[in-house]
Design a protein around this ligand. Structure first.
Ligand code: OGA
Ligand code: ZN
Ligand code: ZN
Length: 531
């Protein structure tokens, strides 16, 4: 784990900020973390009247206790989370296209994470082996976000048409452009999936528009300023559609960083600036276009059937060379959005961090710890999980078997205290700790796995003799066999059956020589279960 920065004292924050960010359940709904009041509900003259470490008392009588780590990660240093500006990107002139494989994406969350990260950081990914079937592009978009339906439909076909509503539907070359600049908001992700490309020509080109804009800024700052401050109107019209949007070709964030490029000569409308400014605008527009057309700033690729490019339509310009209209070239495209993509990427990362954390427990404390048995705690839990798999348990219960003893390392009282005669309540500690990430199907059998031992000792005369010596010893520390009332209560618990199954695997999982699958075999399963 990374060392966290030293926590600032609450006095480093204004009273109104502290009061607004009180984390208590009266101020934030504990079920979702959402704030329960608005800024006008706060006393405008709010003051801090007392503080004791991270406990702050306010003039309105309220008291707030802050988590030092939370304060440290919210220091008043001007940080604005925004993964869309040039600062969050790896700009490129040309590069080997980042590639992914669609079936691997479906099987391996880490590969999916790499592909989505490429779209955010590099601006695109070339996915291979997407089924060559009409509509497959919608599945790809749906795997990381929501399809953005437009006037072209949920999906559009790019092929030669007799009466093209768009020059894309001809064999003409198309110079680098962004799509749908006439929409506000513009679709921020575009997918193009190749079903066939049996033509002369028809090659694709991709240009990093942020890199081109940054070059313009370096080479011709006045042109950059002009394009960044001049709204340009784009329009699309057909029998059923009339769309216009007016935005600058280079969009900046409030801090002046490049955040969006809109560029499309086909749909740009006449500018209507004062005479002199019109000429200056044209010079700047030409300067930007000349950069965008530089061959050494373009990645070229020839899409083959099954290839699907996913790209950031606010940054990457796409182009194609002309092709013979008689040949067979068919792409299908759709749009989606970057915020959904970024959100799914963040969730994948969060789940991966949980799996990493659990792996570290298995490789660290779990591997070294022997609690009166001949197997380490890690080996014991891996054996229990292998038993669960062998018996066809549901993934949740396999995860419960795998994690059932983590409470020995995560609590304040260790497994060694249990062996020393103090009940460390590891089943409850482990279940509570895991509940941050896993649902009750995982945590509740864990919570009950010690109770299940006490239960089985009460109801199954032969069970006690099956227990290991250490387990018989801990039984006494944990309260001995259940009495009749406890038995009835246990049996009424909806997770009692799962807990009993888990218990039997637990008792079986103490063989020093048994070879079983390692933690890595369970990572995808755990990843899918993290909430
Ligand atoms: C488009 C487009 C590129 C191509 O449909 O928006 O630019 O390769 N098509 O046909
Ligand atoms: Zn296009
Ligand atoms: Zn156990």
């Amino acid at each position: 784990m990374n060392a966290s920065p030293a926590a600032p004292s609450p006095s480093a924050f204004p009273a109104v900020w502290l009061r607004d960010n009180c984390p208590c359940p009266e101020c934030r709904d504990p079920r979702n973390g959402q704030k329960l009041f608005g800024v006008t509900d706060l006393d405008p003259r709010i003051e801090v009247v007392g503080s004791d470490g991270f406990l702050v008392t306010f003039s309105d009588g309220h008291a707030a206790r802050f988590d030092p780590a939370w304060l440290a990660s919210h220091a008043l240093d001007g940080t604005v989370p925004d993964d869309r500006t040039e600062d969050a990107k790896a700009l490129w002139a040309t590069l080997t296209p980042p590639e992914g494989n669609w079936s691997r994406c479906l099987a391996d969350p880490a590969h999916m994470r790499e592909c989505l990260n490429a779209v955010l950081r590099t601006g695109f990914v070339l996915l291979r082996e997407v089924p060559v079937e009409p509509g497959a592009v919608l599945e790809v978009a749906g795997a990381f976000g929501y399809v953005r339906e437009t006037n072209y439909g949920r999906l559009f076909d790019v092929r030669v048409e007799a009466t093209p509503v768009n020059l894309a539907f001809t064999g003409l070359p198309i110079t680098p452009h962004t799509d749908n600049p006439y929409r506000d908001p513009v679709p921020t992700v575009q997918l193009l999936h190749c079903l066939s490309n049996a033509v002369e020509g028809g090659e694709s080109g991709l240009v990093d528009g942020f890199n081109a804009a940054a070059l313009l800024r370096a080479e011709n700052p006045a042109a950059f300023e002009l394009l960044a401050s001049t709204p340009v109107t784009f329009r699309y019209g057909d029998a059923n559609t009339e769309l216009t949007a007016s935005r600058p070709m280079i969009g900046l964030d409030p801090l002046g960083r490049i955040r969006e490029v809109r560029f499309n000569n086909r749909s740009m409308q006449p500018v209507r600036l004062p005479y002199e400014r019109t000429e200056a605008f044209y010079a700047a527009y030409r300067a930007f276009a000349e950069i965008l057309n530089r061959p050494d700033l373009q990645v070229r690729l020839r899409l083959a059937p099954g290839d699907c490019v996913i790209f950031d339509n606010t940054r990457i310009l796409h182009a194609r060379t002309g092709f013979t209209e008689s040949g067979d070239r068919h792409l299908q495209g759709c749009y989606a959005d970057l915020d959904g993509l970024a959100g799914n990427l963040a969730v994948l990362r969060r789940r991966e961090a949980v799996v990493d954390h659990l792996r570290a427990l298995f490789e660290g404390p779990g591997a070294d710890d022997y609690l009166g048995e001949e197997v380490s705690q890690a080996a014991h839990m891996l054996q229990a999980a292998a038993c669960a798999l062998r018996d066809g348990a549901a993934p949740e219960l396999v995860a419960a078997a795998l994690l059932h003893d983590v409470g020995h390392f995560t609590g304040e009282i260790s497994g060694h205290d249990l062996m020393g005669g103090t009940d460390n309540r590891h089943s409850h500690v482990g279940a509570d700790w895991l509940a941050r990430w896993f649902g009750p199907e995982v945590t509740e059998p864990i919570r009950l796995h010690v109770a299940a031992k006490r239960y089985l000792c009460a109801v199954e005369s032969s069970y006690h003799d099956l227990l290991s010596e250490a387990s018989r010893y801990t039984l006494s520390v944990q309260g001995g066999p259940m009495g009749p009332e406890e038995v009835a209560e246990f049996e009424s618990d909806p997770y009692a059956r799962d807990a009993v199954r888990l218990r039997r695997w637990d008792d079986e999982a103490k063989e020093p020589e048994r070879e079983v699958a390692g933690f890595g075999e369970y990572e995808a399963l755990l990843h899918r279960l993290v909430r």
